[in-house]
Design a protein around this ligand. Structure first.
Ligand code: FAD
Length: 485
């Protein structure tokens, strides 16, 4: 990489959603300049920013600990600050005499607005600002469809991507980080209260996840060894550990998609083409979500398809609460929602089922689902979460048509045929035979007695009837079409 021309003074590296040392273009540019380097993470507390949910606060705490240790091993110190980014950066520059700030670009609306304003203010103060690419394999603003606009459909996006985009070769981590003569003061991570106390509800998260780059690369290697070669065939079955589990590491930037892509390239020849291609396509769904987000910055709050502004959503806090707590009476839905609550993650197939159930069976606005996922997912991502919810609701780009309504019983029977997933997350149904595990209300009394299930007592009756809910959803869809015509 060519050495950028920085003024002779410490360089501030503002770390955000890129908590890694390797393939971090901003950090490498600063380190290779020969100047001293001040890596800083700012806990942004601006009102316009959707704060991280509880699960991601837990992750962030551990991820910051991990990267602080890695920075220290290279001779540097991670500085922590809290507040408005511009003010904190200006203050840090004043304290240290730094005349340059670098960062890797981010793409949420809040991220773009903050970074644009911060850059202008710093430049006005005579500070050089440079930004780099790193979160994605492509710059989402640069790709144009055949007609010169943004892509709205995934398949042509994938085709273009597969034929024209060569993901960057990942950059190695710097060998050393030269510290400034005097280290600025850092806030204390424990004072930020990101890790839950009283009660500490994080035991389920701790058991499943190792935040930080080391955990990310260990997970990638495990997946390349025992998951990628069967990915296409096994990825849809939630009881199986058939997917990479890399999403939260990607969300925090502990590993970059270019690094994953490059490692997949190295092992691909020895593996079935279909499995490798399907996995690559999933990584490109993430790119597509960002492409949608930068071209439609209101994606988090506004229907991509404006027809849905007329949708007659219901208001029902009891139903929303039952969905959030995994008490709907539909076992596959409840299993997914409880997996989410306990581990901060849910299998993709089940995300689609619970999402469809919320917006179609319960007729509740997708924004309720998006907000709950934001609060509870460790991998909550400003592009993927919003684009996926709009996809599920039918209001998104290239979305699942609203009138195609997932049946939670047959979905369960197809993708969890022996009920292993439901048994794990809904233990009150553990003894139900496979034949009835996805529809316990159809089981004869003696089977329910044998399984120790009393509907309405230790497991709920279905909160809506599938057939009636389906009809109601189709009616609502027709109402919307009538109003929007
Ligand atoms: P793998 O199957 O191993 O896939 C590899 C990577 O590809 C993932 O880590 C992820 O980065 C990307 N990916 C896979 N599927 C998708 C997809 N449909 N859209 C975008 N990227 C994808 N994913 C998030 O990362 N954050 C979210 O907040 C999020 N919210 C979702 C909400 C709903 C309603 C739905 C239906 C899906 C959502 N997804 C989200 C997409 C997907 O469910 C997760 O990326 C996936 O389950 C993560 O598990 P994994 O890492 O084992 O995935």
């Amino acid at each position: 990489m060519a050495l950028p021309d920085f003024p002779l003074s410490p360089i501030i590296v503002w770390l955000r959603d890129d908590l890694r040392l390797s393939d971090n273009a901003a950090l490498s540019a600063a380190a290779s300049s020969g100047q001293s380097v001040i890596p800083v993470f700012i806990l942004e507390t601006d009102q316009t920013h959707t704060p991280l949910g509880g699960a991601q606060c837990w992750w962030l705490h551990h991820s910051l600990k991990a990267i602080a240790n890695q920075v220290e091993a290279l001779g540097g110190q991670l500085i922590l600050r809290k507040g408005n980014a511009r003010e904190q950066l200006e203050q840090l520059a004043d304290e240290t005499g730094a005349r340059s700030v670098v960062w890797n670009r981010r793409y949420s609306r809040f991220g773009i607005e903050t970074d644009t304003k911060t850059k202008a203010a710093l430049q006005d103060a005579g500070i050089t600002v440079r930004s780099f690419a790193g979160r994605l394999m492509h710059e989402p603003t640069k790709l144009k469809s055949g007609t010169g606009g943004a892509y709205k459909v995934y398949t042509p996006f994938w085709k273009m991507f597969a034929s024209t985009v060569t993901p960057r070769a990942p950059i190695l981590a710097p060998d050393a980080l030269r510290p400034p003569n005097t280290q600025p003061v850092s806030a204390k991570l424990d004072d930020w209260d990101l890790h839950p106390k009283n009660p500490d509800w994080s035991s389920g998260l701790k058991q499943d996840w190792s935040p930080g780059s080391t955990g990310a690369f260990e997970r990638l290697e495990r997946f390349l060894e025992s998951g990628l070669g069967t990915y296409d065939r096994r990825r849809d079955f939630p009881a199986i550990d058939g997917t990479s589990g890399l999403s939260a590491h990607l969300a925090f930037g502990e590993i970059s998609p270019a690094q994953i892509w490059a490692r997949v390239d190295q092992v691909a020849d020895a593996l079935p083409v279909d499995d490798v291609t399907t996995f690559r396509k999933e990584l490109v769904w993430r790119e597509f979500a960002y492409h949608l987000l930068v071209n439609f910055t209101e994606l988090k709050t506004t229907n991509y398809n404006g027809q849905f502004d007329q949708f007659p959503w219901a208001e029902n806090s009891e139903h929303l609460n039952a969905w959030q707590r995994g008490q709907t009476g539909y076992p596959i839905v409840d299993a997914g929602m409880r997996q989410l609550y306990e581990t901060g993650w849910m299998h993709n197939r089940v995300r689609m089922i619970v999402g469809s159930f919320l917006v179609k069976h319960l007729l509740l606005d997708w924004r309720h689902g998006e907000a709950w996922f934001w609060d509870t997912l460790v991998d909550a991502d400003p592009a993927s979460n919003t684009a996926s919810w709009q996809w599920v609701a039918g209001s998104g780009a290239d979305a699942a048509p609203y009138f195609r309504i997932f049946n939670p019983i047959t979905q369960g029977e197809k993708f969890d045929s022996d009920g292993a997933y439901v048994r794990k997350w809904v233990p009150e149904l553990a003894k139900m035979p496979a034949k009835f595990i996805h529809k316990p209300w159809e089981a004869p009394r003696k089977i329910l007695d044998f399984a120790g299930v009393t509907l309405g007592e230790n497991y709920p009756h279905p909160i809506v009837d599938h057939k009636q809910a389906r009809e109601r959803a189709l009616d609502a869809y027709q109402t919307m079409r009538g109003l929007a015509a």
